[in-house]
Design a protein around this ligand. Structure first.
Ligand code: PLP
Length: 361
């Protein structure tokens, strides 16, 4: 029986993605070869790749002056590649938790870093008010993490910036309409809203690609290498790209990013409404900053014991629910509800929580 999957990434994927990728593992189209076997240089795979890039551009409304590439190394490699390529003297970072701090640390290897906004004062339980984020004009770029997977905060506004704006959108890409033209670069691991783990997407403005610092950059770490070679300088993550194509087609069939946003709002409203009114569970994140993708929650007041936490995690297993254990740095629980998560999944979680509540009260 298929479970209700609330994993933070890798995570639940659409039935279309799973079924069609599984088919392609046996035979990709009518090529007589598996997607695991086909040459990345073949016309058959090139067609899949080209369609995937075209779908990214269509689904995310990416303007013509941007390139889309798929590379390896995860979003974590991008943390280092960004400053290695673009940090000449000074860069600005917004610190909204673990992932943005990791990105910032990498930048410190290559130049001066200014932390222009932070939510550390309240343990990252909010996203700094967009208007309070003052971006200096004398930095090479500004970096934000649009959705904080661990803390469950998110920014829904595309910031105006006097300098190139770069965003880690690992955990909220394709969950809302986006004004890509406000960004010079958007990147992220694909393993949440776009497909399986193993591919990293980079959306980059063409005139930014070569605006690199005056330092020797290894070939594989240069954005131009991957842009100029259409992600084929080395062997790309072929099966991931296939699955991403299927996911993008599924997004298209389901109302595009507008459809994804509608569903995301429904899911998180339902869960937050329950949490707000629960006597046993409590939300963690301040209203106004709440991520639609990741919802952390705790046991409330007298119920907040380690023993009851364990009991709840055991209890949800009996309801076919997986992935709600909180991140090891935060504890408690977290429900990650990415694009493929259905209201049926969310309702199953809420029903389990209600039943647990009645049991312990
Ligand atoms: C917001 C964010 N950035 C970066 C990462 C790191 O991604 P990767 O594991 O692909 O390096 C994650 C992983 O969950 C994430 O959620």
């Amino acid at each position: 029986m298929r479970k209700h999957i609330f994993n933070a990434g890798p995570c639940k994927l659409s039935d279309r993605t799973l079924t069609n990728t599984a088919k392609a593992v046996l035979e990709m189209g009518e090529t007589g070869q598996s997607v695991l076997e086909v040459s990345h240089r073949s016309a058959d795979f090139q067609k899949v790749y080209d369609e995937t890039v075209a779908l990214m551009k269509e689904v995310l409304s990416i303007p013509d002056n941007y390139s889309v590439i798929f590379v390896g190394g995860g979003a974590s490699l991008q943390f280092g590649m960004i400053p290695f390529n673009f940090l000449k003297t000074k860069a600005a970072y917004v610190n909204t938790g673990v992932w943005s701090k990791k990105a910032l640390k990498e930048a410190e290897l290559w130049g001066e870093v200014v932390e222009i906004a932070s939510s550390a004062d309240k343990n990252f339980t909010y996203y700094p008010e967009p208007k309070s984020i003052k971006i200096p004009a004398d930095v090479d770029y500004v970096h934000i993490t649009s959705n904080n997977t661990i803390r469950g905060t998110e920014i829904f506004e595309d910031l105006d910036s006097p300098v190139p704006l770069i965003a880690d959108m690992s955990s909220d890409i394709a969950s809302r309409p986006l004004d890509v033209s406000k960004y010079f670069m958007i990147y992220g691991g694909c393993q949440k809203n776009l497909g399986p783990a193993g591919a990293t997407f980079v959306i980059i403005r063409n005139d930014f690609v070569d605006k690199v610092a005056d330092r020797k950059i290894p070939t594989m770490l240069k954005y131009s290498t991957h842009v100029d070679n259409g992600s084929m300088f080395n062997t790309p993550p072929c099966v991931c790209i296939y699955a991403i194509r299927e996911t993008l087609l599924w997004i298209k069939e389901n109302g595009g990013v507008e459809g994804m946003e509608k569903l995301a709002i429904q899911r998180c409203d339902a869960l937050y409404n329950f949490l707000e009114n629960s006597t046993v569970f409590t939300p963690v994140v301040e209203a106004g900053s709440r991520s639609r993708m990741n919802v952390p929650f705790l046991l409330r007041g007298k119920y907040a014991t380690e023993a009851l936490e364990k009991t709840f995690l055991e209890f949800v297993k009996t309801k076919n629910i997986v992935g709600v254990k909180g991140h090891r740095l935060v504890g408690g629980f977290r429900a990650s509800m990415y694009n493929a998560c259905t209201m049926e999944d969310v309702n199953a979680l809420i029903a389990a929580m209600k039943e647990f509540e009645a049991k312990v009260k």
